[in-house]
Design a protein. Structure first.
Length: 180
């Protein structure tokens, strides 16, 4: 039995050292594969690599030939990458539906107070910081926020989308409480 097959068998039984050896042997090729899908976005590629290995180790019982681990892992990585691409498309479509800043009406004093209260209650510190920078005075661009927070621009736009979804739901809850 080859070393790769032996490591797969040991990993099936929960041997962390065997999992580490499989990871070290296959991560570089999977990383390169994911980088191609992510157009060079190293942080996203690394997330996809990690997700691929977690899924592979969880499903090792389905792999009948340990020698096929590398190819099987790349199939898993491909599926993860394709899901990521579809998610990016959905998020871009959702963001395109949001009004542009120049189209947004000037908020009334009551709505500004509600927005400030909602922002103050945001418990997710990364969403809160991102929103405060984007909507602050002076407002920062997504590129400026990305540089300041050490993330990529797509992470900032995703955080803004998540914050807007949360804030909208929170504002509706507050208004419903006040009207009832």
């Amino acid at each position: 039995m080859s070393t790769a097959n032996l490591d797969v068998e040991r990993a099936r039984r929960g041997d962390r050292a065997a999992e580490r050896r499989l990871y070290e042997a296959h991560a570089p090729s999977v990383r390169g594969y994911c980088l191609a899908f992510c157009r060079g976005d190293a942080a996203t590629a690394e997330d996809l690599v990690q997700e691929s290995f977690v899924a592979a180790f969880a499903a090792l019982g389905e792999l009948h030939d340990g020698a096929a681990f590398g190819g099987w892992l790349r199939v898993i990585a491909r599926r993860r990458c394709l899901r990521w691409i579809e998610q990016q498309k959905r998020e871009a479509a959702a963001l395109s539906q949001l009004p542009r800043d120049e189209e947004a009406p000037e908020p009334s004093p009551g709505s500004r107070a509600l927005a400030e209260a909602v922002l103050a209650d945001c418990r997710d510190t990364t969403l809160k910081e991102t929103a405060m920078r984007f909507y602050g005075d002076p407002p920062e661009s997504t590129a400026q926020i990305a540089a300041a927070m050490g993330v990529n621009v797509s992470a900032v736009t995703t955080r803004l989308l998540r914050f807007r979804q949360w804030a909208r739901a929170e504002a509706y809850r507050r208004l419903a409480r006040e009207l009832s």
